[in-house]
Design a protein around this ligand. Sequence first.
Ligand code: CO
Length: 209
Amino acid sequence: METIDKVFKNNEKWIEGKLQNDPKFFSDLVKGQKPEILYIGCSDSRVAAEEVMGLGPGDVFVHRNIANMVISIDLNAMSVINYAVDHLKVQHVIVCGHYSCGGVKAAMQSADLGILNPWLRNIRDVYRIHKTELNAIEDEDQKYDRLVELNVQEQCINLIKTAAIQRAHRDRNLKVHGWVFDVKTGKLIDLKIDFKGILNSIMEIYHLE
Ligand code: CO
């Protein structure tokens, strides 16, 4: 119970702090949300989405799952993306992976993880797509880091393939970003993915704009 008691005590202190800073904090918050960012990240407890970006309540629409996946038949993720893009009209969509990701690590190994198997298989597919590059990396840690980055890249591409993102990119220049959070240093790294270059080569397959 200690942990849970602490949470409620922390909450009291948090409310106090917010009101001291701005007495209208909660009365403003209740009016509604207008976040400019949709953040799709890993569920890992070490990657605190808003905190690492220095943002707070009302700033970011958040979706998290194991290994920050964007899968076209995941009704949960697709609903979040649709709502954020079509209704909240976010201007930026970020897929943020992180080094030391347990989900990505598990996908590199052959252990049977039950219900997680079909989920992690999507990461193995990323490995398969980039097999030549990954197999050329001898150092296991470097290979692992690179798979984390390539997974972000592939999930961004999955994102770009969705109808909502296609429309918003065409109509109001919505931007997709691929980032990695480095747990060792706390740094957010923009992978500066060349979407134009990547998409040019697959456009005819997916009929993308
Ligand atoms: Co993770």
